[in-house]
Design a protein around this ligand. Sequence first.
Ligand SMILES: C[S@@+](CC[C@H](N)C(=O)[O-])C[C@H]1O[C@@H](n2cnc3c(N)ncnc32)[C@H](O)[C@@H]1O
Length: 275
Amino acid sequence: MSRFDVQLKRVDSAFARVLQEVPLFDNPPLAADWLRCEMLERYQVLQHAPVATGSTVLEVGSGGHGIATVPLAFRTGETGRVIALERERWGMFREILTQAGYRDRVRPVKGDARQLPLASTSVDLALCVHGIRSLRSEPIMVEVFREMLRVAPKIFLAESLPVAVNDAQRAHLEMYDLRQEFFEATTGQRDDLHYLTAERLGRLLGEAGGVVLSSEVVEVDLPHALAYFPRDLLKNAADPKRREELLARWDRAEQLLRVHGTDHPPVGVILAARS
Ligand SMILES: C[S@@+](CC[C@H](N)C(=O)[O-])C[C@H]1O[C@@H](n2cnc3c(N)ncnc32)[C@H](O)[C@@H]1O
């Protein structure tokens, strides 16, 4: 039995049925069920968030597949609402929400989380799940956390930690840690920043005017294919010396992925409020 099947047995059977509606993909080397696997991970992480049935929740950085949006809409229920805020990547969002049966529970909003288009204390909870990495710099993270604290009495942050306790997590980190430099070398702009420690996240929350109410580390025990990116993309790096260096690192990381597989690192989850 795969680890996905093992973990699936532990979730609410109604959510397991929703996952069966989520599309499979034919996009090797990603596993066909990568999206179901990721949503199951988000479901597990969100078990640590105080999401009440019938509540209104803001999700910052929902991304093109609604990976956390679907389990979140399951948690808020038929009478609740998820406001899914995303700057630019909508991709398959609407299609996946429709297939999951949650199109009516979610209000997609295009916007920048540094200036949320919401009144103060207008939602019950604001959260960002595996999206802090996309905020491009620590000053931007502080701006976004400050805005989240303005619109909600409590905020919930979940992000992978730069920690590996097994070889598959080490392999994930080797490939993932290439992504920040890959974006910088090919587009001139950082993305997929190196994961921050929980302590660093706590300090940034403090700078944003927040106070940490609780902080936990969640071990999900699921594969995590999303660090991978095709080698050919590195050929777009303009500086030849940098390109060779990144290609050599990619080769080492890819070999580790083949030998050990790739697992989710532990996830830091933080609940915070205005200080
Ligand atoms: C890693 S992705 C998707 C995270 C998703 N919640 C998940 O569970 O996988 C993070 C998203 O945040 C978006 N993003 C980055 N900066 C943003 C900003 N300032 N305002 C709104 N969205 C932003 C990116 O476009 C990206 O789609």
